[in-house]
Design a protein around this ligand. Structure first.
Ligand SMILES: [Zn+2]
Length: 339
């Protein structure tokens, strides 16, 4: 198709490609500053493919967040965000408050394996999520409190999931894999499987068994003050990446519940998944506009999301609110039902 390029739908390990419009990375709002553009390539092993895959993925992700009901007008402190696709050797990717930074690296003792963090749409959308959250709530960034730092990580993973659902061919693949039961481990719930496999070669505790972090989990909330600082992935530890899975698991269970309500008695279509992901985005952003900053931030944002889920707005109302409330309470994120 003229005017389109080939990109990954989700993680390189999922190995599904799609086409995307040639992106205008600097377009406002939420523009990007990339180094000079190379020619196109359809070969995923090349730096040219990684460039255009990252540019198209970030453009689509920024447009998704910019379309929310209460979007940020610009990034925190600038209209345009710098993107560096290969800052050197490391198994790492990061948003540092100024730029999105990606790296390439090999697990110790496995130099034959080279992983580019900036090749994965999951990691691109995750880091973009940090920047979007910083644009909406600059008071939550780098507070060195487990719950706010963990919420930042969770928001990155929620961004990875919601942005993936903007691609109709990916939605169709999720429907085919899950058989319409979303509360299961799937290509949707498994975040960054390629990067997770590389981290696990270095340290089994650094990633879930089947990906970096699986949103399909049943980790309940308990006060991080009573948890170990690190531990195996079956447990929750008081560090941002591990503790983020508590909120992401609740989010994913709620998303599955919203999809079940949307379905009613009919089969879901790919556009239903896209619509529900937009509904969830808006509830999340509106919740963030209201949730007071407190060290126990999970309960604060959860309560604000329950409030926002009642409406007004499409895809909201008492049934959706019950899903939010029941999941947050059952997982101990909210102490009890909000009257
Ligand atoms: Zn992160």
């Amino acid at each position: 198709m003229p005017g389109t390029i080939t990109v990954w739908e989700k993680d390189p390990a999922v190995d599904r490609r799609t086409t995307a419009p040639i992106p205008d990375v600097s377009r406002l709002p939420l523009g990007f500053n990339f180094p000079a553009a190379p020619p196109f390539s359809d070969d995923p092993a090349t730096a040219e493919f990684r460039y255009w895959n990252a540019a198209a993925t970030l453009r689509r992700a920024a447009d998704f967040w910019a379309a929310s009901t209460k979007p940020p007008a610009e990034w925190n402190g600038s209209a345009v965000l710098d993107v560096f696709l290969d800052r050197g050797e490391d198994l790492q990717s990061e948003y540092d408050g100024q730029a999105l930074n990606f790296y390439h690296g090999s697990p110790a003792g496995n130099t034959a394996i080279v992983v580019y963090s900036g090749a994965s749409p999951d990691l691109l959308r995750h880091e973009l999520g940090h920047a979007v959250l910083d644009a909406i709530r600059s008071d939550l960034f780098n507070r060195h409190l487990v719950e706010t730092d963990a919420f930042h990580e969770s928001f990155g993973d929620m961004s990875a999931i919601l942005c993936a659902l903007q691609i109709p061919t990916f939605c169709a693949a999720v429907l085919a894999e899950t058989g319409q039961n979303f509360w299961t481990s799937s290509i949707l719930s498994r975040i960054a499987p390629q990067f997770g496999a590389a981290l696990r070669m270095e340290n089994q505790d650094e990633a879930d068994a089947d990906c970096l972090r699986n949103a399909w989990n049943n980790h309940p909330y308990s006060d991080p003050a009573g948890l170990m600082a690190a531990g195996p992935p079956e447990t929750v530890a008081a560090n941002p990446h591990s503790f983020s899975r508590v909120f992401t698991g609740a989010f994913f269970e709620i998303l599955a519940g919203m999809l079940a309500i949307k379905a009613g008695n009919r089969p879901l279509e790919p556009e239903d998944l896209q619509q529900v992901s937009c509904d969830m985005r808006d509830i999340l952003v509106e919740g963030l506009r209201e949730a007071p900053f407190v060290p126990g931030f999970y309960a604060s944002i959860a309560a604000a999301m329950v409030e926002a889920s009642l409406g007004p707005g499409l895809g909201r109302g008492p049934a959706v609110r019950d899903v939010f409330q029941n999941v947050f309470v059952r997982r101990n994120i909210l102490p009890s039902a909000i009257a």
